[in-house]
Write a new protein. Structure first.
Length: 347
């Protein structure tokens, strides 16, 4: 006799427990799993958007904007990193949702999960070095779904890899932001000089306008409140971004990609890359994306660096694809933590 199928909210809570260091959202999800009224509220999210992430970010957004509510004391990022132990925060969360329903609804209905986790640049440093080693320099880069574009300027950050007492540094030595990343396994990612970049462009359906205070606060709201270190990295990256402002073209990435590829000289290396984007694609969109790369590879070599979560086994592989003459070649470079906290280099 089979057990009852696990529901969406139970699944979300279980995955948060596995990923670790997010007890607040794990408890909220457990509570929402038994609360039909809050589930109904979350179902107002736009099609294709994860209801839990949108709901939790909407609540967080109002708290960041100064909502005076007992729920605030359970958010470590709003309380100097302090965590409340031995108390159940969910009743306060449920009460907040009821009291602020009118303010939450427009956020849930309009916003999307365009998280821009800058810690993933520690993984991109390794993957794009490998793409440059294989394809040559200078690289032309096209990011699919860059959100605010903070990972488009990955080469403006320094990375510090740690394995026990060993430390390996790479990237910009004068950077104002250093990303610390644990090394797992016995292999070391590519180090040395940062690859030269010929051009970079992002293709984004819902770009974050960093000149807009609402968009900046929504970006902050998408960070999970237990993970206070992520807020510090985000703020530093926002400052660095002011002096960079890479080009982001607005629209459907699949519609924009052929032109972006065509603008790159056919004799120069191009790498398309994406981090935690295509998991939101439908199966038809994924097939269309791969077909576009295959077609582009008929006239030139195209590399694609992918760092996407596989939720069936909680791994986050870093994969480098090469498209050429109608063929696809796949190389597993590494396994990674979703926010770039660790990397296990395997290439």
């Amino acid at each position: 006799m089979s057990g009852k199928p696990i529901g969406y909210w139970e699944f979300f809570a279980a995955n948060v427990h596995i990923s670790g260091d997010a007890p607040l959202y794990a408890r909220f999800a457990e509570g929402v799993a038994g609360n039909e009224e809050i589930q109904a509220l979350a179902r107002n999210a736009r099609p294709g958007q994860p209801p839990a992430n949108i709901l939790f970010a909407a609540v967080h957004f109002l708290l960041l904007r100064g909502a005076d509510d007992p729920l605030r004391r359970y958010y470590p990022n709003l309380n100097g990193g302090a965590r409340v132990e031995g108390e159940d925060p969910f009743p306060h969360f449920a009460a907040f949702c009821e009291r602020h329903r009118d303010a939450l609804l427009p956020l849930i209905r309009s916003r999307v999960t365009n998280t821009n986790e800058v810690g993933r640049s520690a993984v991109l440093h390794a993957g794009l070095r490998e793409a440059a080693r294989e394809g040559g320099e200078p690289l032309h880069l096209i990011e699919i779904g860059p959100s605010a574009g903070l990972n488009m300027i990955w080469d403006r950050y320094r990375v510090r890899y740690h394995r026990g007492a060993e430390t390996f540094e790479t990237g910009n030595p004068g950077a104002r932001l250093t990303l610390d990343c644990e090394l797992r396994g016995d292999k070391t990612p590519p180090l040395g000089p940062t690859p030269r970049i010929a051009s970079r462009v992002g293709l984004e359906l819902n770009p974050v306008d960093l000149s807009n205070a609402d968009d900046r606060d929504w970006l902050r709201a998408l960070v999970w409140p237990d993970q206070t270190g992520r807020f510090a990295k985000l703020e530093a990256a926002l400052e660095i971004y002011k002096g960079a402002s890479p080009e982001i073209r607005v629209g459907d990435a699949l519609a924009l990609l052929p032109d972006a590829l065509a603008r790159v000289p056919a004799d120069e290396p191009v790498c398309v890359y994406h981090t935690f984007v295509t998991y939101q694609f439908s199966e038809e969109m994924r097939r269309a994306f791969y077909d576009l790369l295959t077609v582009a590879g008929l006239r030139r070599k195209v590399w694609c660096l992918s760092n996407e979560g596989r939720f069936d086994n909680n791994t986050n592989p870093l994969v480098l694809w090469r498209y050429h003459d109608g063929a696809q070649e796949e190389r597993l470079l590494a396994n990674t933590q979703p926010h770039g906290a660790w990397i296990e280099w395997m290439a």
